[in-house]
Write a protein that binds this ligand. Structure first.
Ligand code: CO
Ligand code: ZN
Length: 331
């Protein structure tokens, strides 16, 4: 599992440019289904099983894109100005490295601050690729890149860029490998462009027309700063109750909690004040559907060094497998 997470997080694929990660994932799952397709927005959709009279058509989504940077301007002196793909937080920029899809690497720094201790806005930052002038610069407007940061183990925890949401892609791959005799038709979607408002899950849900939907994503664990949204690392997956974009169907929350209890899986409940997931768009696709989400607690989300606990990853695999292996009764 760690090796799979390493492989997935060390692939560069920002929103809208998911072909590299899609091919890595496709190689992992190609023997598991004969029904694999890529839709117009680049979603990788893998269907497994047939809907029995006890079953439903269930869509499970994990996004394969990651946040990134896009060149907006090259200065005369060769320094590169950039815009963001998804939410880039300025406090993580100075000293970060980026790698562009054309292989060019660069380091990020900022204009001279009035106050050395103030975090400056993103437009006051630049990427230095080692060019002495604009003519010499190997990047042009529109080139895209991602944080350049390898995977490391920290005891039983791990750190990497893009754990949001490659860890959920790894969970989904693991569940696809272990699931047997599900009464459901399962449509596993490795979705695109989640970080730019869930574009991929929008079209995938429209196409699949599920009876029920589950999103898998990370949730910021703020256990280290003690704010009111409390999800701890190492205490199990969080069953989403609410985030900024969605209220989970309470029947889904109950079903998830009961399944966790029945299988002795540690879980937490999540009420999130920042961000949302693919569940937001699935819930209101076409005529709508019961929708919920499982969140893997993660520290420093959207930084180049996100951190999570492998016990939570394993527990998420176990809970999702248990959810999908039995008939669903929503009451
Ligand atoms: Co994100
Ligand atoms: Zn995410």
């Amino acid at each position: 599992m760690k090796n799979l997470i390493k492989k997935l997080t060390e692939t560069s694929s920002p929103s809208g440019y998911e072909s590299a990660i899609r091919e890595v994932i496709r190689a992992e799952i190609s023997s598991l289904s004969t029904n694999i397709k890529v839709d117009a927005l680049g979603n990788l959709i893998v269907t497994m099983g047939k809907k029995t009279d006890k079953g439903l058509r269930i869509m499970i989504a994990a996004h394969m894109d990651e946040i990134g940077v896009i060149v907006s301007h090259v200065e005369k002196n060769g320094l590169v100005r950039f815009s963001n793909l998804g939410t880039i937080l300025p406090q993580y920029l100075v000293g970060s490295r980026v790698v562009f899809l054309n292989g060019v690497r660069g380091v990020i720094n900022q204009d001279r601050p009035d106050d050395l201790h103030k975090i400056m806005t993103q437009d006051k930052h630049f990427i230095d690729v080692g060019a002495a002038s604009d003519k010499d610069c190997p990047l042009k407007i529109g080139d895209v890149g991602v944080f350049d940061r390898g995977f490391v183990e920290l005891g039983k925890r791990v750190s990497a860029k893009s754990l949001d949401d490659r860890v959920s892609c790894a969970v989904m791959i693991e569940v696809m490998k272990t699931i047997k005799n599900s009464p459901h038709e399962l449509a596993f979607v490795f979705s695109t462009q989640e970080e730019v408002q869930s574009k991929g899950a929008t079209t995938a849900a429209y196409e699949i027309e599920p009876d029920l939907a589950i999103a898998l994503d990370v949730t910021p664990s703020l256990d280290i700063v003690g704010v009111k949204m409390q999800v701890d690392l190492g205490k199990g997956p969080a069953i989403k109750v609410r985030d900024v974009g969605m209220l989970s169907d309470p029947r889904m929350v109950r079903w998830m909690e009961e399944t966790a209890k029945k299988n002795n899986i540690a879980y937490q409940l999540e009420v999130l004040d920042i961000g949302t997931t693919d569940a937001k768009v699935m819930q209101i696709s076409k005529a709508g559907m019961p929708t919920g989400a499982l969140s893997i607690p993660c520290r420093y989300v959207h930084s180049p060094s996100e951190v999570l606990d492998m016990d939570d990853v394993q527990a998420t695999v176990t809970l999702l497998t248990a959810l999908l292996n039995s008939p669903v009764s929503l009451e």
